[in-house]
Each structure stands twice: as C-alpha cells, then as structure tokens.
Write a protein that binds this ligand. Structure first.
Ligand SMILES: Cc1cc2nc3c(=O)[nH]c(=O)nc-3n(C[C@H](O)[C@H](O)[C@H](O)COP(=O)(O)O)c2cc1C
Length: 179
C-alpha cells in the first residue's frame, strides 16, 4: 500500500540521471507481471536520447514537459505472442482483433508494475498515452503489427502534487451481483 498511496503522476523532473541498476530493477518488476496464458506480450524500448525524446513528446500531443524526464520507457504490446507471423496485421486505435484487447490488458499490468517499483526506488513516473499509433511507431521503427500502449516518463521528481480525487469505495464495489 505504501507505493500505491504515495505514487503520483509526475510531470516535473530533476536534471539527475537514473542509475542503471534502478532502471533494471524497474524493468524486472515488469518482467514478473502476470499475463493471460503467461504470453508476456510486453516489450520495452528505453529512450535516453534527447532528440528521440523530443520527437516522442511532440507525437504525444506536444507534451513538452515530458522531455525533462531522463528516461522514457515505450511500452509495446506484441500480438505475435498470440497470432502467428503468417497473418498480415496492421494495428491501430480502430482495430477489431480480440487479441489486441488481451495484449493491451497484459502490457498495462506490466506498466503498472513499473510505476509501483519506480515509486519503491524513490523514482517518479507518468504514464502517457495521448498519441496515435501512426504518429509514434515510425519514430522508433516499430512494425505495424505492434501496438504502443503507453510511454512512461521516468526520473527523479521535482514536484509533490496532492493526491487526485478518487471515487468512494461504495461507488466502485458491488456485492454478489451488479444490481
Ligand atoms: C492510460 C493512461 C494514460 C494517461 N495519459 C496521460 C498523458 O498523456 N499525459 C499526462 O500528463 N497524464 C496522463 N495520465 C496520467 C493521469 O492523468 C493520472 O494518472 C490521473 O490523473 C490520476 O492522477 P495520479 O496518477 O497522480 O494519481 C495517464 C494515465 C493513464 C492510466
């Protein structure tokens, strides 16, 4: 609960490098995430180059604040964990493949592991996803059959925002049936 309660989306970062061991531990957190049939569809691209970060931030709804984060983790879901290479697939926001829902679901779990392990290590993150596939994929040479689930900014935070509101437990929990 400590990391769950303390975590915030952080959009201001110190100009301080993230230690390699901490980055690797955060990724280890993702590696151990559960997934349907243990398919582990997640792939991660670590971005540290300023020029690439700028391009990604521009593609991600011009969120310029992102660039101050020393690391971006681009989180990609690979449908090939479920559909063979023989079938041609192009994925985007309108795709109807049922498997796309499964790989997004599983990759999102791994992404949340990253957020929580980063918090445990004193690092800060923000999950961003204000982009379209066609805008982000070409920047990183990601093939059309992969789906970018989000870009996580990672670094040492330089702000302490208050907790954002959440629904009350009575609003989100029901017992035994829907009604
Ligand atoms: C799927 C997803 C996409 C998000 N995309 C963005 C984004 O593009 N830019 C941003 O600043 N925050 C983004 N956020 C962060 C949310 O705004 C934030 O989690 C929410 O307001 C609750 O605040 P908290 O994370 O500090 O508790 C995203 C969060 C999620 C889970």
């Amino acid at each position: 609960m400590r990391e769950i309660e303390k975590r915030r989306s952080i959009r201001n970062y110190l100009n301080k490098k993230v230690e390699k061991e901490k980055l690797m531990q955060v990724l280890e957190g993702a590696r151990l995430a559960p997934s349907g049939s243990n398919t582990q569809p997640w792939r991660f691209i670590i971005i540290e180059a300023e020029e690439t970060k700028e391009k990604l931030a521009m593609a991600d709804h011009q969120q310029e604040w992102m660039v101050a984060a020393p690391i971006f983790i681009v989180c990609v879901a690979d449908i090939r964990s479920r559909i063979s290479m023989d079938t041609d697939i192009t994925l985007n926001e309108n795709s109807s493949e049922p498997e796309l829902k499964q790989i997004i679901r599983d990759t999102a779990i791994a992404m949340e592991h990253i957020l929580l392990e980063a918090e445990n290590l004193g690092l800060s993150t923000c999950w961003t996803a204000w982009f379209e596939q066609e805008a982000v994929r070409p920047i990183l040479n990601i093939p059309e059959d992969k789906y970018v689930c989000g870009i996580i900014t990672l670094g040492y935070g330089d702000e302490k925002p208050k907790q954002r509101p959440r629904k009350k437990i009575e609003e989100i929990v029901r017992y035994e049936t829907w009604q």
